[in-house]
Design a protein around this ligand. Sequence first.
Ligand code: FAD
Length: 667
Amino acid sequence: MKKNNKINRRKFVQSATAVAASAAALTSCSTFDSLTRAPSAENNWKIDENDRFDFIVVGSGAGGGPLACGLAKAGYRVLLLEAGGEGTNLISQTPVLHARASEDPLLNWSYFVDRYQDSSVYKSFEKLNSKFQKDNPSVYYPRAAGVGGCTRVNALIHLYPDNEDWNNIGSLTGDASWNAKDMYLRFQKIQTANGGWLTLNQSKELTLGKDQFLIRMAAAAIGVDAWDNTTNFFDKLLKLDVGGLENMINTNPSLKLNPNDQGYVDKKYNGVFNMPFNAVNGIRSGVRELILETRRRLPGNLFVKTDALCTKVLFDPNDKTKAIGVEFIEGAHAYRADVMNKQKASAFMGTPKKAMVKREVILAGGAFNTPQLLMLSGIGAENELQKYNIPMVKNLPGVGLNLQDRYEVTVVSEMNKPISILENCTFAKNNEFDKDPCWQEYLKNPSDHIYGSNGLALSLIRKSSDKQKSPDLCIFGVPGRFTGYYPNYSADTTPKNSNEPSYFTWAILKGHTKNHAGQVKLKSTDPRDTPNINFSYFHDEKNGLTEDLNAVYEGLNVARRINNRIGDGLLKKEIYPGSAISKPNDLKSWIMKEAWGHHASCTSKMGRATDPAAVVDSKFKVHGVQNLRVVDASVYPDIPGLFIMLPTLIVSEKAKDVILADHAGKA
Ligand SMILES: Cc1cc2nc3c(=O)[nH]c(=O)nc-3n(C[C@H](O)[C@H](O)[C@H](O)COP(=O)(O)OP(=O)(O)OC[C@H]3O[C@@H](n4cnc5c(N)ncnc54)[C@H](O)[C@@H]3O)c2cc1C
């Protein structure tokens, strides 16, 4: 089997390299990489504690990764510290396997989070919600550690936020440079088409053009509502057979239905879209590849230290508010969210190390780890720090507060027969890639195969009610069975054997949620411990309870209405929530019990110094502390748009511009 794998990969590399020849800058991003997490030679280096880097960036995800590369490209010596590893495997590189990637032990950090402030609430839900563990109110919340952070495993969806998300930051902070026009220019700038690094694709001819069921589903979705961008499209679609849609789109490029086109963004379209995702030649390509490529080209500028868990920011003994470096533990799997951590002796401490900086430390550990690191370093609410005897550097009560997320639910239906284009696919079950006929097909033409996409068939973006100023619902259809996150959820997303039925899922995401009541707090002073995380779901009216709940309810009903229109017995029955749950109040309490999220954010919120809850200013600087910034999904005052990765990549680009301007001309 190994031998076959090699042949296949070689073939793959050859075809990928040929296609990439015209995009020389990305050649190294377009081939499968090493299959294990074995540290690369580049990581086998020691940090000299007497050395002083220009910048140290902690965390290499959507916020930290591009920023570190941008600073290195500008000529600075940058140390990028990453708690996870560098290697990768076929699972995380094959776009369609993203759910499995999110549980890959090489990459997975498993958090268990609370959903309600009153933990007794879960008791009443326990029996109804399979995601609760017995006698434990916490639910699974997967994240990823490794070069690229969560971008290594996520569902690859890149959706531009609402213009008001940027303008509001400008108004809140009084910094006009956050205007929507400039932020859209940054989005354009980071794309490869404009000399940047991010390659976004759309499923060729829409995945749905290749299958009769999917065409019916699309027709039902388009017919369910009046959309702003489908005039004439619906009538034509209804008359199409398989292949017809393909022709139609080939002859009419405006039907690419790209939600990130400026026209759609500016006009806040309620529309039917083909969601962009990040892949080069059918292989996931993004922040990780940018980092590895930048290090390859600029080995004297970008230094990447993996398996390095930062434990604390160090301050100048003569000026305790001035950051001068970081402490970290050297050694793989040191953090207790890391699924491989349990295999280590519990006393594992790694090797404590230091790295020093001339200019600035930039924290980018994500919405859970950045506030944890700030608090461990003495920056946080005074009473919280006192509880753990942590010497205070700066009293910032907002650290870890304002935790936000979207609400997500799904409607899952059993199908009468599998979708034709997936009929023989095993999704490389048990890692038996060679036994998967679809994998073999994928290798022949990766960028034109559903395995080379995230599998999304169609996305609807719309307002949940006329009261909303911009679209606040994203409803997307995907073959498979997804009912939220619980340990080993990914094994249930695809059929386990050929006798198992196939499923179709509508995912409903509520954007611009109003709930600011979530919190991240320390559990202990041990930096290897995860913090206490409580999302305070559906908290109270001040936190948008009814508005958010009604919006999710509306989204769920849209999905059900589409399913009702599909007709012809193509769908056998709804299994989740299940047709027995149909009365409005039953459905609403079901939503409150089941809803989940995966866009944790806003825990180091941006705001003016006069706002006691603000953690960073509009230039990402931690209030009252010198040489310390935060650049990741934790800086938003309000959760932006409908998906968070693309906004965070744009934030990273903005941070680079701001930091370079601040340091221009300074020795
Ligand atoms: C399963 C899943 C699917 C998703 N799908 C999508 C999607 O399709 N579209 C979308 O827009 N968003 C999606 N997201 C969310 C999105 O990927 C994240 O919100 C985004 O990557 C956050 O960026 P970040 O830089 O804040 O943090 P991360 O990307 O999480 O990066 C943080 C990095 O910091 C490292 N780190 C943390 N603490 C330390 C420390 N103390 N020392 C050293 N390193 C540290 C971590 O190992 C990690 O690599 C998904 C997330 C998940 C988990």
